[in-house]
Design a protein around this ligand. Structure first.
Ligand SMILES: [Fe+2]
Ligand SMILES: [Fe+2]
Length: 421
C-alpha cells in the first residue's frame, strides 16, 4: 500500500539520518508557513477578502508547526499501532493543542481569538467535533504525503544554509512574537479606553482607534464581537445609570400619587357606593357610561383644584354628581324628561335635584352641578371650583366624543366589502 510505503520511508529517513536541531527549526518554520497558507486561504474564502491569518505579522502560524511536530512525534512513537487508532490519536492530540491554545489565550490576554460555541458538539467553544475531524484528516494527509516529501527535500539542504535559515527564522520569530504580543496588549488597552471614553469620543475617533488593529480584527473576527460586547456593556451601564434616577423619580411620583388617590377616594367614597348613583353605569354617555364620564371629570377637577390650593373635596364631590341624571338623553320616550335638544339646558337641574335627594351638598357642590354647562346655561358660576369642573367636563366630553367618532370611522373602514361576483 502506498500509504504504508510513504510512512515507512519517513521513519527510515528519521531513523537513518541524524538531523541537527537546525533542520528541525527549518521544518518547524516551513510547517508554520504551510499552516498560514492553509488558514489564509480558508479565512479569505469564508470572509470573502484577503486575510492575513494568525496573530503574528509574518506569514507563520506557530500552532500549525506545533501540531505538525506532535503528529510526527506520535507517528514515530506509535509506529507499531494500527493505522486507524494512530490517526485518531493524532486528531485528539491536535484537538488538545487547539483547546490549550484557546484556553491560554483567553486566560492570558482575556480575549477570545476563535469560538466554536455556535458549532454542534463543541467543548467550551475552544474545540468542536467538526474541526477535530478535519484536523484528523489533515494529520493523515500531512503524515502520509506532505511530511515525507518535505523532509526528504530539507534533508538534501546543506548544513550551512539550514543553520543560517534557522538562525534568521528564530530571530525573526522572536521579534514578530514580541511585537505581536505587544499589539495584542495594546489592543486590549485600546478596547478598555474605548470602554471608558466611548461617550466622549466622536465616531471618527472610535473608528481611528480601531483602524490601527484592522489586521488583527480581520484575522480574528471574534475580536470584533469582543469589542462590541465591551462597548455594548458600557452603553448598558451608562443607560442604566441614566435610567435609574429617572426610574426612582417615576416610582416616587407613583408612590406620591397614592395618598392623593386615597384622599380623592375618601372624598367621594360614599357617593360611589350609593346604589342609586351606581345606576349611572347603565346609561351610555359620549363613549362609555355616565358613571365613567363623571369619574374622570371628578378626578381631573380634583387634581387641578388640589394644585391650585382650592376646595378640592367639594370639587371632586360636585364633579362626581354633575351629570347625575338617570336616563338615556339620546333616546327616550318619557314625557317628563327633557327632549334631546333641551337636554343640555335641563340636565344640570335634574342632576342637582337627584343629588340633593340622596346626598347633603354644600354651596360649592351645588354651584358646580347647577352651572357646569355654562355658558350654555346663562348664569355664570360663583366659585372657581365650578369653573374648573366646567372646564374639565368640556375638555373630557370633547375627548370622549372624538374617541367615539374615531372608533366609528375605523369600524366603517374595516367593514368587509360585498362579493363582486
Ligand atoms: Fe353635563
Ligand atoms: Fe358632563
Amino acid at each position: 500500500m502506498d500509504f504504508k510505503l510513504a510512512e515507512s520511508s519517513t521513519l527510515n529517513i528519521m531513523a537513518e539520518q541524524t538531523l541537527s536541531i537546525f533542520y528541525y527549526i527549518v521544518l518547524f518554520a516551513l510547517y508554520c508557513f504551510l499552516g498560514w497558507v492553509l488558514e489564509a486561504i480558508y479565512r479569505s474564502v469564508t470572509q470573502r477578502k484577503l486575510v492575513n491569518a494568525g496573530f503574528l505579522h509574518g506569514p507563520f502560524l506557530p500552532i500549525y508547526g506545533l501540531a505538525a511536530f506532535l503528529v510526527i512525534f506520535l507517528q514515530h512513537v506509535f509506529q507499531n499501532w494500527h493505522f486507524a487508532p494512530r490517526f485518531v490519536l493524532c486528531g485528539l492530540a491536535i484537538t488538545a493543542i487547539e483547546y490549550m491554545a484557546g484556553f491560554l489565550t483567553e486566560k492570558i490576554f482575556k480575549m477570545t481569538l476563535w469560538n466554536y460555541s455556535e458549532c454542534r458538539f463543541n467543548l467550551h467553544g475552544y474545540v468542536c467535533l467538526q474541526f477535530s475531524l478535519l484536523w484528523t484528516l489533515l494529520a493523515l494527509v500531512f503524515a502520509i504525503f506532505v511530511h515525507p516529501e518535505v523532509l526528504s527535500q530539507v534533508a538534501l539542504l546543506s548544513d550551512s544554509f539550514v543553520k543560517t535559515a534557522a538562525v534568521i527564522f528564530m530571530f525573526y520569530f522572536w521579534v514578530d512574537f514580541t511585537f505581536s504580543v505587544m499589539t495584542l496588549a495594546a489592543f486590549r488597552r485600546s478596547v478598555a479606553y474605548l470602554y471608558e471614553q466611548y461617550f466622549n469620543l466622536s465616531s471618527i475617533e472610535i473608528h481611528d482607534n480601531l483602524k490601527s488593529f484592522q489586521r488583527l480584527l480581520s484575522a480574528f473576527p471574534h475580536l470584533n464581537k469582543y469589542v462590541f460586547q465591551s462597548i455594548n456593556q458600557r452603553i448598558k451601564l451608562r443607560l442604566n445609570s441614566f435610567l435609574k434616577p429617572l426610574k426612582e423619580k417615576i416610582i416616587l411620583s407613583m408612590a406620591g400619587r397614592t395618598p392623593l388617590e386615597k384622599e380623592y377616594h375618601d372624598a367621594v367614597e360614599d357617593i360611589l357606593r350609593h346604589e342609586e348613583f351606581l345606576k349611572l353605569k347603565d346609561f351610555f354617555h359620549h363613549n362609555s357610561s355616565i358613571y365613567d364620564h363623571v369619574l374622570s371629570v371628578a378626578y381631573l377637577s380634583y387634581r387641578i383644584c388640589k394644585y391650585c390650593k382650592l376646595d378640592f373635596r367639594s370639587a371632586a364631590r360636585g364633579a362626581v354628581l354633575h351629570d347625575f341624571f338617570l336616563y338615556d338623553w339620546r333616546n327616550h320616550d318619557e314625557p317628563d324628561l327633557p327632549d334631546r335638544k333641551f337636554h343640555g339646558f335641563a340636565h344640570p337641574s335634574i342632576a342637582l335635584t337627584n343629588a340633593r335627594k340622596y346626598f347633603s351638598l354644600n354651596e360649592i357642590e351645588e354651584d358646580i352641578i347647577k352651572k357646569h354647562m355654562w355658558p350654555l346655561t346663562i348664569v355664570p358660576p360663583k366659585y372657581k371650583e365650578s369653573y374648573i369642573v366646567s372646564f374639565a367636563d368640556k375638555y373630557l366630553s370633547s375627548k370622549e366624543f372624538l374617541d367615539e367618532y374615531k372608533k366609528r370611522i375605523a369600524k366603517h373602514k374595516i367593514k368587509p366589502k360585498g362579493k363582486n361576483r
